[in-house]
Write a protein that binds this ligand. Structure first.
Ligand code: NPG
Length: 369
């Protein structure tokens, strides 16, 4: 395929309720959206999962845009005829910036698959029709507010609940939710809030029959996670620490993780995600698909990925309504705790261009020549 132009937009999409994680971080959804137009006449779409500030990962939205414009697009345009499979090699000299690279690879893959009339799911290697959904619950202002929010999700039909935890918000919320719903699949996510001094506290989570504790320690403390895994009975699952196939392979070898959360943006794209998935399948390690408050564009691709056979745990692949009153695509609607895997060509969703225009605050088109 030959790329004609790349359009970048900044959108502001309001959230239905604040989403708070450890260290008092509250996220909104300003979004970098990409459209790649090709000489073959098809367009490919993708969203960048980097947040507006570097609080979840070192990447941030305007930094990702800068890397895309200054370092990735010149290499892409110089390469001439490209396929999505070529991009990892093409971008190899540019270090890091997985979310920026993933955006471009995904948009090109969307265009390529549209041209070939193939869906994301069938290209990635799946034929499953639906996936089980979990939901991620932010740190609530009070236990009562948490119970109210979780009750809503349970009645919506979510098949797994994930609670964010941090210092001062850990054993009590877990104990209350487990007490109210003794059988619901439940897990926690610390987003690196704890340290090697907190093993005693984290051990207190063992009686609650949790599926896993996600990223309790600093993303660079892989050995610390291995030490913690030897102390607690609850499985440890790495998220932020896994930024590539190699980091997944090493974390598994160190026994720092026995479950892996795959987020395509965090690891540089869907092709790298499939490599990590395959590694985990070979090693009998369950995987699940993480979420980054994606609109229908990113959600569609995530749902396709989550339909691969190694994704044996429900992911943070919730319905569009979990975050947005109005999505920028036809919304993902959960039925009986499941989402349907799109079967149309590419990511397989329709984009509501009028609404996209309405919430666009900046737009730029970069021509290939
Ligand atoms: O369902 O899209 C979703 C959000 C899931 O909790 C979720 N994501 O750490 O995994 C995470 C967390 C997150 C998202 C953190 C965005 C920071 C930003």
């Amino acid at each position: 395929m030959k790329i004609k132009s790349v359009e970048l937009r900044i959108l502001q999409l309001p959230l239905v309720r604040p989403f708070r994680t450890s260290f008092g971080i509250e996220y909104n959804r300003d979004l970098l959206l990409m459209k790649v137009s090709t000489h073959e006449g098809v367009d490919g779409w993708a969203e960048c999962v980097a947040m507006i500030e570097p609080l979840y990962s070192p990447e941030y939205m305007s930094g990702a845009q800068d890397v895309i414009e200054r370092f990735l697009l010149p290499r892409l345009f110089a390469a001439g005829d490209v396929r999505a499979e070529d991009l990892a090699g093409l971008f190899r000299p540019i270090l890091g910036h997985q979310m920026a690279k993933s955006t471009l690879e995904t948009a090109i893959l969307d265009a390529q698959l549209k041209l070939e009339g193939k869906s994301f799911a069938s290209y990635l290697g799946s034929s499953k029709k639906e996936i089980d959904c979990g939901v991620s619950v932010g740190i609530a202002p009070s236990i009562d507010a948490l119970v109210e929010e979780v009750s809503q999700y349970v009645s919506d039909g979510y098949r797994r609940i994930k609670l964010k935890i941090e210092h001062g918000w850990n054993i009590e919320p877990v104990s209350v939710i487990r007490g109210l719903w003794p059988n619901i699949p439940l897990q926690v996510d610390a987003n690196q809030a704890f340290s090697r001094d907190d093993f005693g506290l984290l051990k207190k989570l063992d009686p609650f029959n949790l599926l896993l504790i996600e990223q309790p320690l600093d993303e660079h403390d892989v050995l610390g996670h291995a030490m913690l895994a030897a102390e607690v009975d609850t499985p440890i699952c790495l998220d932020e620490s896994i930024t590539s196939f190699e980091s997944a392979r090493d974390a598994l070898a160190l026994k720092a993780t026995t479950v892996i959360n795959i987020k395509p943006g965090r690891v540089g794209g869907y092709l790298e995600s499939v490599k990590i998935h395959d590694l985990c399948v070979e090693n009998d390690i369950p995987v699940w698909c993480g979420g980054m408050i994606e609109t229908g564009i990113g959600r569609a691709a995530n749902v396709a990925l989550a339909s691969l056979p190694g994704f044996t745990l429900p992911g943070d692949t919730s319905a569009s309504s979990r975050f947005f009153t109005r999505d920028i695509t036809n919304p993902f609607v959960m039925v009986d705790g499941r989402l349907t895997v799109p079967t149309g060509p590419g990511i397989g969703v329709d984009i509501d261009l009028d609404f996209v225009d309405e919430i666009t605050s900046a737009k730029k088109v970069i021509l290939a020549s």
